[in-house]
Design a binder for this molecule. Structure first.
Ligand code: PFF
Length: 455
């Protein structure tokens, strides 16, 4: 692999990996899951999942990528030629393609809201005289922006072209440079928003709710949801960490990197909690306002409309969301691009076009799931929800199990150990623990999620 496909600096590789991890999963999915699963009890479970399981699976993916130094399919062929393990990598690529299809649509919505915050259209003529009127106003906006056929398609196409522009720059000048700029900005914006919402009257009730665990709410399903959230938010099972692992220089300390990435991802989730829950508590918004699309595209604009500096906070928030989504989608499309470059020897430019241009019609169809194609369903789900369900609930766990079983039992002997110790040049104190998790704990627990999801 040529040196310009390696990350250039330690900060850059951490920024890029955190960029992939921090996305709509943390900013949007996390508060909704926390709210539905008992607040702090869910948070504690999520933290346990990250440290007991997530970091080890992450290390398995990094080791695989750096050990084979190629895309997520070729890596298996290189390490175990003539075997069928490459199918695990191929499933990861397929998962990345499917996720990119619907995630680009949501990224388009964030860009659209960012744009409409800038122009002021999102708040023009807002009626805040009572909560019913405000609800109606922002539901109307959501219908105009998201549930109409034309605008979402245009913005989805726009974000695909933005992704194309970044990815054509390559690993160092595209992905790494983008993450180096956007990640610090994202943290600053989040801290500023936190200060704003924490200073709202009545905010402390939200903080208290977020931080006081109600253990009676914990059910087997809560554990499954926390595990699912851990996997999605750390970008596990998508081939992303295998691909990024291949771009890590040989002296990168994998254990330290994975702990930093996990802690930063968790920090973002906590900060998001401190933005959302105090704000919702302060304005007495109802529980349903945290569900799905409503949280980000209706409840939060309503919150911003009620505080001084409406437009500024709205611009900052939707920029934050767009930045988080962009650094995630570049990582999932990089999985496809790396495959096209390594397997078919394509030039970077050609690989970028082949990976991204077919997403234009596919994502456009997905975005129509909420308007013209509303009546088109597969197993009772619209196209958007179908892709989301198949990739997140079925493919990610399957790929993660495949990677763990392969690394734990079938990969060349000592691969994990030698990667964690940089070929024996450094000490990694958690190697024994990681091997135990990858061999036993992770496959059993992930299989449990998969089966529970089916049921
Ligand atoms: N960790 C990412 C998130 O939480 O949003 C997962 C992800 C989703 C990565 C979609 C890449 C992607 F295109």
């Amino acid at each position: 692999m040529s040196t310009n496909r390696l990350f250039k600096s330690k900060v850059g590789l951490i920024a890029a990996t955190v960029g992939s991890a921090v996305g709509l999963g943390n900013i949007w999915r996390f508060p909704a899951e926390t709210q539905a699963n008992g607040g702090a009890a869910f948070l504690l479970l999520y933290i346990c999942c990250i440290f007991m399981l997530g970091i080890s699976v992450m290390l398995a993916e990094f080791s695989l990528g750096r050990g084979g130094r190629s895309d997520s399919v070729t890596v298996f062929n290189k390490l175990s030629p003539g075997k069928s393990w490459w199918l695990v990598g191929a499933a990861g690529i397929l998962a990345s393609c499917l996720i990119a299809c619907f995630y680009m649509v949501v990224e388009g919505w964030t860009l659209q809201y960012f744009w409409n915050s800038l122009t002021g259209d999102l708040y023009a003529g807002a009626d805040l005289s009572n909560s019913a009127a405000a609800d109606e106003f922002f539901t109307g906006k959501m219908t105009d922006y998201i549930f109409s056929p034309l605008q979402p398609v245009i913005f989805t196409a726009l974000v695909i072209l933005i992704n194309l522009g970044v990815l054509m720059g390559g690993v160092q000048k595209g992905i790494e440079r983008l993450s180096n700029v956007l990640m610090p900005v994202l943290f600053v914006v989040l801290v500023v928003l936190c200060c704003v919402t924490l200073s709202l009257p009545g905010a402390s009730a939200g903080v208290e709710w977020f931080l006081s665990p109600d253990f009676s709410k914990i059910t087997p399903m809560t554990v499954v949801n926390a595990l699912g959230q851990c996997f999605f938010s750390l970008s596990l099972g998508m081939g992303i960490l295998i691909t990024y692992g291949a771009y890590y220089p040989s002296d990168t300390r994998l254990t330290r990197t994975s702990v930093i990435v996990a802690c930063m991802t968790l920090l973002v989730a906590l900060l998001v909690g401190f933005v959302i829950f105090p704000a919702v508590a302060s304005f007495g918004l109802s529980d349903h306002s945290l569900r799905g699309v409503t949280l980000v595209f209706q409840t939060l604009p309503e919150v911003f409309a009620r505080i001084p500096g409406t437009q500024l906070w709205s611009i900052l928030f939707f920029f934050l969301l767009f930045a988080a989504a962009l650094t995630s989608t570049v990582s999932s499309t990089e999985v496809i691009i790396a495959f096209l470059q390594d397997k078919f020897g394509m030039s970077r430019l050609k690989a970028c076009c082949v990976a991204l241009l077919p997403l234009l019609p596919c994502s456009a169809l997905c975005s129509l799931s909420f308007s013209s194609l509303r009546g088109f369903t597969i197993f009772g789900l619209n196209l958007f929800d179908f892709l989301d369900t198949v990739s997140t609930n079925i493919m990610l766990p399957l790929v993660a199990i495949g990677v763990c079983v392969y690394i734990g039992w079938f990969a060349p002997r000592g691969l994990l150990k030698s990667q964690l110790s940089n070929e024996g040049t450094i000490r990694s104190r958690i190697t024994g623990f990681v091997i135990f998790v990858v061999r036993y704990l992770a496959p059993v627990l992930i299989a449990t999620i998969l089966i529970t999801n089916f049921i």
